[in-house]
Design a protein around this ligand. Structure first.
Ligand code: AMP
Ligand code: ZN
Length: 113
């Protein structure tokens, strides 16, 4: 399968990985939109939130959000941060491997575009 994030998981593409465990990999976004901009993904290829099975959801979403909390502490985001999931076309998803953006290091605006 020709998935760029699967290649990152397999270390076939260079990225700065900040955290990884059995279930999750977190790495720097190539086109950062904030001083801290990471992507947190499951190792397993799942296209988007809607494509997760109940079992995957129950196992992987807690792992993803635990890693986000861990990274926020490691990266001193005590002032706050934003977590974004762009789901499918109307959500603005461009890479079809489930990922959560972790953005921090500046004040965020609302509403999003
Ligand atoms: P989304 O628009 O939510 O699908 O976000 C995809 C994100 O993946 C974008 O923020 C891209 O900058 C990022 N991205 C694409 N290719 C790479 C790559 N090779 N390494 C790191 N981030 C990437
Ligand atoms: Zn993938």
């Amino acid at each position: 399968m020709d998935c760029i994030f699967c290649k990152i998981v397999e270390k076939e593409i260079e990225t700065r990985i900040l955290f990884e465990n059995e279930h999750v990999v977190a790495f720097e976004d190539i086109n950062p939109q904030a001083p801290t901009h990471l992507l947190i993904i499951p190792r397993k290829h799942i296209a988007n939130l809607q494509e997760m099975t109940n079992e995957e959801q129950q196992q992987l979403l807690p792992e993803i959000f635990l890693s986000i909390r861990h990274l926020a502490e490691e990266l001193n985001l005590e002032k706050g941060y934003r977590v974004v999931n762009n789901c499918k076309k109307h959500g603005g998803q461009t890479v079809d491997h489930l990922h959560f953006h972790l953005l921090g290091g500046r004040s965020m605006q609302w509403p999003p575009g």
